[in-house]
Each structure stands twice: as C-alpha cells, then as structure tokens.
Design a binder for this molecule. Sequence first.
Ligand code: SAM
Ligand code: SF4
Length: 324
Amino acid sequence: MLDQFGREISYLRISVTDRCNLRCRYCMPAQGVTWVDHSAILTYEQIVRIVRASAALGIKKVRLTGGEPLVRKGLAGLVEALKAIDGIASVTLTTNGLLLVEQLPDLLQAGLDGINLSLDTLDRAQFAHITRRDALPQALAGLEAALAAPGLRVKVNCVPTGENDDQLIPLAELARSCRLDVRFIELMPIGLGSALPRRTEQEVREILERTFGPALPCPQGGGDGPGRYLTFAGFTGRVGFISAMTHQFCSGCNRVRLTAAGFLKTCLQYDQGVDLKALLEAGADDAALQAAIGEAIRSKPASHHFGGDKQAADEGRNMNQIGG
Ligand code: SAM
Ligand code: SF4
C-alpha cells in the first residue's frame, strides 16, 4: 500500500526477541540490560496474524531479526508459517550467525530465502572486543554453512566504527572469492550508537580504492532496499553501502518494523506507530488489525532527522529491541 507520501510499503522487519548471545558495543550495554518480559513478547501465533493482515495490505517481504533471532526456540517453524501466507514472496533472516550451523538445515527446509550475517571483523581479538564475546569461530562456521547452501542469498553486513579500519579490506575481500555481497552500514545515532565514532561511506570507499583500485559500476538488482552497490576488478560479488547518515534514502523507503513487544514502528528514528500486541490482546478481529496497520503505514513520517536536534518523539529503545 502507499503511505501519505506515495511510497509503496512492501517490506516488514520483525524483531522476534530482544535477547542476544553477543553484546555489540553500538547495540547493547555490557550489563544491566532491561529485558522485555517474556509475556510482553509477541507469540509466534500473533506474529503470523500480523503478517497475514500486513500481506493483505501489500507487504511482500519479511525479514526476521532481533536481538539474535536464532536464540528464540522454534524459529524454523515461524519461517514455515510465514512462507505459507498468501502474498509473502520472501522470508529472510538477519543474524550474527553463531547458532547457524545447527539451525540452518531446518531453516532451509522451512523455505528461508536469504541470510544477512553481521560481521564487523575477521580478527578474533577484535571480534571479542566489539561483541564482548570470544565467538568468531562460531560466526565464521555459520557463514561457511550459509555459503554452502544452494540457492540461499547471502550478504555480510559490517558497521565501520573506526575500530575495525584494518578489517575493511579483509571483509571486502570475501566478495572477491565468494558469491556474496559485503555491505558497509553507516552507524546510526540510535541508542548506544549515538555516542560512538563512525566511518562514512566516503571514508570506507577511499580505504577500499587504495587497495583494490577504482570502484566499478555493477548491476544494482537483487533487492529493493537502500543498498547501493559497486564492485572491483576480479571480484565475484559486490560491495554495498547503506548510508543513512550521508546518503539519506528516506524518499524511497519501503519498510516498517515490528518490535519484539509488538509495536509497529513506521520510521527507525521515531517512537511512532501502533501497539499491535495490545490490540490483539484486547480481542481485535482481523479487520480491526488490518485497519490499525493501514492507518499506521499511511502516517509514516517523511524522513529521519539524524544529525539534527533531538526531538520529543525520538526513539528511546536500543537496537536489539528494534531489530536494526
Ligand atoms: N543480532 C542480529 C545481527 O546482529 O545480525 C540481528 C539484530 S542486529 C540489531 C541487526 C543489525 O543492526 C546488525 O547488522 C547490526 O550491526 C546493526 N546495528 C545495530 N546497531 C546499529 C546502529 N546504531 N547503526 C547501524 N546499524 C546497527
Ligand atoms: Fe546482538 Fe545483533 Fe545487537 Fe550484536 S548487533 S548485540 S549480535 S542484536
């Protein structure tokens, strides 16, 4: 469906849990996390009802995220149920990969279409520093398993913070030898990300071009998201940039987000939307659910104002509650 600015909204990101087995510095505090109570987290049945109503309004793609989605039991069952909904063309996952080796067979069986694996470094000590857990071998085993799965679309996402400058080349090199896209995502000033340094697209591109030579144009297909892609001589895959800070993409935004607690968020930066869990628990039927989702989508804000002054409606959650 179209929002008030004529944008076609077709993509829903769903955070299935706020729990995580890592503690990335820009996403979660080291300690003292206030967890959403289990009773306040959407059940899988509630997620399926929301996605069914959303599909009737034109949502075609769903991405499961978190927290770490694979720490929630039975995720493959949810994938299977979502794939069975009329109008849902693709169900994908964003994960840190730690639990992928054991869960991938069931996820593939359930029909999972793609995986975005978050990986900020290939250096074990740096990984332990950034994520506060010594778990690089498990993440890499997850990546290897994903790459070995026939037909699965795989992307690696890295947030360049300045701390991982020496890893941008080794990470981009994954796209030289493997059939995957490596994307660099500008750190956004949400939650803990507000207080940290970041590298811009331009800075990362300069670092890459110093080693790989001039960037080359390449096909942009394979997704209708905010990623813009280029490649380098001799590369199999592509290098992408998602640059909310320096290349605002709000005018083409096609997405809304569902938090683990069931709040339908219509822009990453604002606490604006509708509490669908409350609505479901008040006994809303499918027509009422669809009407509430439709109204929230219609009212989606025009754009974020990252870099501007703080506003009263700004998001107060950390990224693990929103899903990135
Ligand atoms: N745990 C899973 C993972 O890390 O892939 C899924 C959830 S995580 C919140 C989703 C993505 O959000 C990750 O790629 C992470 O790097 C990114 N992220 C978290 N905080 C961010 C921020 N402030 N700005 C940009 N990306 C952020
Ligand atoms: Fe966990 Fe993902 Fe946040 Fe890292 S970015 S702490 S893996 S939710």
